[in-house]
Every structure is written in C-alpha cells, then in structure tokens.
Design a binder for this molecule. Structure first.
Ligand SMILES: NC(=O)c1ccc[n+]([C@@H]2O[C@H](COP(=O)([O-])OP(=O)(O)OC[C@H]3O[C@@H](n4cnc5c(N)ncnc54)[C@H](OP(=O)(O)O)[C@@H]3O)[C@@H](O)[C@H]2O)c1
Length: 297
C-alpha cells in the first residue's frame, strides 16, 4: 500500500509517499480502508520532533491520527462493527491507504468521509476542556482563537449546552463565529478591552497559545477558571495546561449524536491528495485554518 512516511524529523519536505507493508488490526482494533485523514497541528509537531515525550516514535514512521473509512478487518474482541461499515475515529499512521484505529464510531448518515475525518481529535479536545474549565449552562465562556478546529467544536458544544460564548478570531472569521452562535471580536491590540465591553466572563479557554493568559486570568478573576491547550507558560499564571486526551470512544459517540441532531458541523477548509501531505502541513502550520484540513485517499 501507499503511505506518507518520514525517515527524519524536520520540515514538511521530510514527508514522502512510499510503499509500505499493510498494517493489521490487533486485539480491540479495526483496520480501515482510509478514505480521508484529518490534519491536526499535532501532526506537524510530531513531524518536527517537538513532542517526543508525549508521542515517542521510531523512524521511519507513518503519520496522522484521525481518519474516516470503511472497515475491512476487525481484531479479536471487537464487537458491534462489521466489515463494510463506514467509521470515523482515531488511530495511527492514518495518512495511508490502510490504517488501524483504536477508537471509532459509525459515521452518521449524510456525513462525507472528508467531513468525518475532521472530527475525532477536535471533538475529544473540545469536550475535555469544556469539562475541565467547569463552565455551566447560563454562564459565559471566553474562547481565544475560536475559529480553528478545536474552536469550531467548542463553540457548537457550548451552544448545545446553553453556555454563552465570546470568541476571538481574525477579521475574516467574525461572521463565521457569529454563525456558530458566539459573540465575536478580533484578537490583537486592545482585544481584552473589547471583550470587557461585551460583558462579564465566567471562564476562558486559550486555544491559540498567543500569550494571552495574563489577560484571561484578569478577565475571569481566577486562574482556575482558565484552561489552555497551547501555551506551555501556563504554570507561571497558575493556569491549567490540558494535554492528556480523555476517552476518544466517548467523544466519538458524543460527536455522532451532535452531528445527527444537526448541532455540530466542522467545515473542511481544504482537501489535499495523499501525495500533497507536505502542502497540508505547511497550510496548517500557518495557523489560520477555519475548521479542519483533510487528506483524501
Ligand atoms: N493540548 C492538547 O490536548 C491539544 C489538542 C488539540 C490541539 N492543540 C493545540 O491547540 C492549538 C489549536 O488547535 P486547532 O486544531 O484548533 O488549530 P487550528 O485549526 O490550526 O486553528 C488555529 C486558530 O488559531 C487562530 N489564531 C491564529 N493566531 C491567533 C492569535 N494571535 N490569537 C487568537 N487566535 C489566533 C486562527 O484564527 P484566524 O484564522 O481567525 O486568525 C485559527 O483559527 C494548536 O496549537 C494545537 O497544536 C492542543
């Protein structure tokens, strides 16, 4: 089969489309014929060798965590899924013709493979951090960097739970945030004052890691009401850095339910063929993805 692989850590040009041995489903896993793979910032962080502590890998390695496709092998102990089922989920080396998933759910009716591949990691992250920040229905959540993959999921899950959101994004994404039910304002010079004018904030999430933790603590009045997924300076401000994934299986079930109820939609910003994985990484690294970028197999 073909897969995207890299033999050394480095820039996007280390990614090569190569012939590789097909993987097989171990106990509790399924193998899918991949139709699309989601591109997450963590993918290029792994490729650069930035986060070996959290994602230790031996080179050469495949790449990619999220995917959607058709089950063609089920490992020992797998129940409730059969060959031919369309699923989306999380596994390893998903930028490939075949990949093994360790967590999956059936794709909701009407969802394309391309769309489905964009959900797993962002929904797991969004559910985890909304719970960790402790925001309740009727309260107001501030989301810094709200238009990306995780932000798109946070805004819609919050709306579903009756949590009001103030979101920051670039000038071109203000209407996008409003369309997801948030009150929108721009990041950059004077942003905290603009947020203050919009009302009080009960809790805050930093999704961009743009050096705003001091202001988020001031706006909420309590470092325990702030969670970041992208700023390693969190301890300096007494803020929680959330980096350990929760249950992907539960998140996928929740995503499938939200999608089926018409409460969650993560748009695909752009699709790339398997051979153009490097371009997908370059575009993701630029930091202005609306929704998710996806590799189509
Ligand atoms: N710790 C964890 O468990 C975990 C899990 C998932 C993701 N992450 C990290 O969290 C970050 C977000 O992930 P993602 O998948 O949502 O990324 P993404 O889809 O690439 O989105 C990034 C967003 O950041 C916004 N942005 C760029 N510069 C900004 C600034 N100065 N201030 C505020 N927002 C800004 C962009 O908005 P505009 O386009 O509107 O400018 C863009 O929508 C990444 O760094 C990723 O590595 C961590």
């Amino acid at each position: 089969m073909k897969r995207v692989s890299f033999a050394q850590f480095g820039g996007p040009d280390v990614l090569q489309l190569v012939d590789a041995e097909e993987p097989h489903a171990g106990p509790g896993q399924v193998r899918i014929a991949v139709r699309a793979a989601g591109v997450n910032p963590v993918d290029w962080r792994i490729r650069e060798g930035q986060i070996l502590h959290a994602h230790p890998i031996a080179l050469p390695s495949g790449i990619g965590l999220d995917a959607a496709g058709v089950v063609d092998e089920a490992g020992d102990g797998v129940e409730g899924i059969t060959v031919g089922d369309k699923v989306f989920g999380e596994g390893s080396n998903t930028y490939a013709e075949f990949a093994v998933l360790s967590a999956w759910a059936r794709m909701p009716e009407g969802l394309s493979f391309e769309e489905a591949a964009g959900y797993p990691s962002v929904v797991e992250t969004a559910l985890r951090i909304i719970d960790q920040v402790g925001v309740r229905p009727g309260q107001t959540l501030l989301v810094s960097g709200a238009s990306g993959g995780v932000g798109s999921a946070v805004l819609q899950i919050a709306r579903d739970r009756g949590i009001a959101v103030i979101g920051t994004a670039g000038a071109g994404n203000q209407d996008y945030l409003r369309g997801l039910g948030a009150v929108a304002t721009t990041y950059g010079e004077g942003w905290a004052e603009r947020v203050r004018q919009l009302g009080t904030v009960d809790a805050a999430l930093d999704l961009a890691g743009s050096g705003v933790l001091r202001e988020l603590v001031e706006l909420t009045g309590d470092p325990q009401k702030v969670v970041t997924i992208a700023d390693l300076g969190a301890p300096e401000f007494g803020v929680r850095f959330s980096g350990v994934a929760g249950s992907v299986q539960d998140a996928l079930a929740a995503a499938a339910d939200l999608i089926a109820r018409g409460r969650l939609h993560i748009p695909v910003e752009k699709s790339y063929p398997l051979a153009d994985a490097a371009a997908a990484h370059i575009d993701s690294h630029a930091g202005h993805t609306r929704g998710r970028r996806v590799i189509v197999v």
